[in-house]
Design a binder for this molecule. Structure first.
Ligand code: NAD
Length: 337
């Protein structure tokens, strides 16, 4: 929370205490407490004792990585629909050898920009790699210059390569960790200095269900996504007293180019205990997944994940930090981590 926000909450807390107390029993108890307790709680930031229901991002600006398509695009559009200007960065090229799905293109990034602009918000599209600190630092400088400030960062870009751990080529392990874990850490390292200076900010990292439970042949991806949850928790602690929140959103299986491909479908069949014969078809995968699906759908759509990200960027989520929010269509019932 920034100073402005903090003092606003204190002032409202003073003036509106009677009103808030009528609605919130806890507030009444505090109002009736002894003068000593009152002066102690005066010193603490106890908020304004009123429900925070501001879900608007009007006047905010956001930076989203992996913005050209899939979940990143849906996040850009949802942030814009909630009122934020958006800068989207994407590599728009082959991010690593051995990916079994097609790379994003500059045209797809442009299309994300058009969808943001349809929401009557400003858009800046940049081609760049999250493995490169200089690229990220200049992206932040540009956002600050053009938008005036940067309130929100969503570290979404990632890649996925399957393979058994014992036989995995070195470069596959290295590339997955480099993009998903190091690239995500780079994104935070690039945005946090600006947010620390302003004493406010919202950071959301896109983790994965596969970062909360194991996945056969998915060790590199799984390790990278467990890693970003640890990164999030430590970063959240470091910056919390500077008014910055850091959280993860953890999607279940979502229909995007990363998953809509025969390689990923084969892994989904194996996960369901099916034998993979030849190239899997969509119908085969749907039939295999449905009996496992808590909500009775084979996979989610990107725009069903984005609202959780928006929430974590709003004033309503002021006190949410160090947390992993699941948007999994119910897969979360199956694990505790
Ligand atoms: N699709 C799913 O089922 C699913 C499930 C859980 C988590 N996720 C996570 O959601 C996020 C988005 O995935 P998606 O499914 O939309 O995938 P996607 O492949 O459709 O989109 C990822 C985007 O990131 C970009 N990108 C990759 N490497 C980059 C790099 N080094 N620098 C900059 N941009 C880079 C790609 O070009 C692409 O546009 C990822 O973090 C992924 O791990 C996806």
């Amino acid at each position: 929370m920034n100073q402005e926000n903090l003092s606003r909450r204190r002032v409202i807390g003073g003036l509106g205490m009677g009103l808030a107390a009528m609605a919130v029993p806890g507030a009444l108890a505090r109002q009736e407490s002894s003068p000593t307790t009152e002066s102690a709680s005066e010193k603490a930031d106890i908020g304004d004792m009123a429900p925070h229901l501001n879900f608007s991002l009007q006047g905010k600006s956001a930076f989203v990585t992996g913005a050209a398509r899939g979940i990143g695009r849906a996040i850009c559009v949802a942030l814009a629909a909630s009122g934020a200007d958006v800068m989207g960065l994407d590599i728009c090229a082959v991010a690593a050898p051995n990916l079994v799905y097609p790379p994003a293109t500059p045209e797809e990034l442009e299309q994300t920009g058009k969808l943001v602009e349809q929401q009557k918000r400003r858009w800046i599209g940049l081609k760049g790699d999250i493995r490169d600190m200089n690229t990220l630092r200049s992206a932040v400088d540009r956002a600050v210059k053009d938008f005036g400030k940067l309130d929100i960062a969503v570290a979404n870009a990632a890649i996925q390569i399957y393979g058994p751990l014992a036989q995995m080529p070195d470069e596959n392990w290295k590339n997955v960790i480099d993009v998903n874990l190091n690239g995500t850490a780079n994104t935070l390292r690039a945005v946090l200095p600006h947010m620390l200076e302003r004493k406010c900010g919202r950071v959301v990292i896109i983790a994965s269900g596969q970062g909360r439970h194991g996945f056969k042949n998915g060790s590199a991806y799984s390790a990278s996504k467990w890693g970003v949850i640890g990164l999030m928790k430590s970063a959240a602690w470091e910056v919390a007293k500077n008014g910055i929140t850091v959280n993860c959103v953890e999607p279940g299986l979502v229909d995007t180019p990363l998953t809509r491909n025969p390689g990923r479908w084969a892994e989904a069949l194996k996960e369901a205990g099916k034998e993979v014969k030849g190239t899997p078809t969509e119908q085969e995968v749907i039939a295999a997944r449905l009996p496992q699906s808590v909500m009775g759908i084979p996979w989610m759509q990107p725009d069903e994940v984005a609202p959780a990200v928006v929430f974590l960027c709003t004033d309503a989520a002021n006190r949410v930090t160090g947390a992993t929010y699941d948007a999994t269509a119910g897969d979360s019932v199956k694990y505790t981590a």
